[in-house]
Ligand binder design. Structure first.
Ligand code: ASP
Length: 318
């Protein structure tokens, strides 16, 4: 089958290029999606993932990530503070332990024991991200932050439509299918900017930010994680595909559930990407899709036809 890689946001080429490199030489979807997510982690100019991610309300960066191939092949880490590539560590959790998820300082210690190189003195916080945090704490609108009400910068929808990813959040989710027809997914994020310390969103939670089942398909979500967590968004989309929905129908239905069950504010955004399960013989592959609640979301797709950054195929609230 012809490999394909699909990732979230217009920074997607940073992910898709190394992922495609793996797929085009016959590598596995799992290796490809992790290579893609890690490349975004390592880019300090992307302020919502990995090195350069905006910190929590206490000024410290924490990273979350997960990988998945099947219900019995998943790994996850949350609230890492000393390592830059959560998906690589999540894979190690999947492959080396009987568990799925490790969190906090013990996840950092696990990474250390597994021989990953810590980020070192400089840490995950770049000068730019520190400057943004300093502006945030100086803003009187954030005075109630100590009451555990992290303030997220308001989203100007028109500006977002022009500029693509917001720096207050925006996870890299990468879905891939390799030449053997195997699916895999990876998500990596620094989560909501200026979040309450200890907050973990949907991205590293299996079934919320990412779900993959070789018998049904793959889906991943980005945006306000609490909305996705309230609806088990990625699991829901994959279950809809299991029952016959196309990837675009599944993504739209899962997002519609969010719009019906939450009182959405103007700054609420969720987008989903979805990929159909692979098929045997000459049955036609169901392909992939992207959808978003509001304008501004872009996906990046790479296949035999090259790499394209495109607006979401469906937008629920134009
Ligand atoms: N879903 C992520 C979180 O809530 C952020 C994002 O994808 O924009 O942590």
């Amino acid at each position: 089958m012809t490999p394909t890689v699909l990732s979230t946001w217009s920074f997607g080429p940073v992910a898709n290029n190394p992922a495609w490199e793996v797929l085009s030489r016959g590598g596995s979807a799992l290796d490809a999606v992790i290579a893609g997510a890690s490349a975004v982690d390592n880019d300090p100019t992307i302020n919502s993932v990995g090195i350069g991610g905006l910190p929590d309300a206490s000024g410290r960066v924490s990273l979350d990530g997960c990988v998945m191939e099947n219900p019995d092949r998943a790994g996850s880490v949350a609230c890492l503070r000393r390592f830059a590539n959560p998906c690589e560590i999540a894979r190690r959790v999947m492959e080396k332990t009987i568990h799925i998820m490790l969190v906090g300082e013990d996840a950092d210690r696990f990474a250390e024991r597994e021989g990953f190189a810590p980020i070192g003195e400089k840490g995950l916080l770049t000068d730019y991200a520190r400057g943004e945090w300093e502006k945030w704490i100086a803003d009187p609108r954030n005075l109630d932050r100590d009451k555990y009400r992290g303030w997220i910068p308001p989203l100007n929808v028109e500006e977002k439509a022009r500029s693509g990813p917001s720096q207050s959040h925006d996870t890299v989710c990468v879905l891939g299918v390799d030449s053997t027809g195997r699916l895999a997914g990876a998500c990596s994020t620094s989560g909501m900017a200026f979040k309450v310390p200890g907050r973990v969103g949907d991205s590293p939670i299996i079934g919320h930010g990412l779900y993959v089942d070789q018998e049904a398909g793959a889906a991943a979500a980005t945006g306000n994680g609490e909305l996705v967590m309230g609806t088990c968004g990625s699991f829901l989309a994959v279950e809809l595909m299991r029952r016959g929905a196309t990837p675009v129908e599944a993504a739209v239905d899962a997002l519609t559930r969010i719009t019906k069950r939450f009182a959405l504010g103007p700054d609420h955004q969720v987008a989903m990407i979805a990929m159909a399960k692979p098929v045997a013989g000459d049955e036609k592959w169901g392909g992939w899709a992207s959808a978003a609640i509001r304008p501004g979301f872009h996906h990046t797709v790479t296949d035999a036809g090259g790499t394209r950054v495109e607006a979401a195929q469906r937008v629920l609230i134009p």
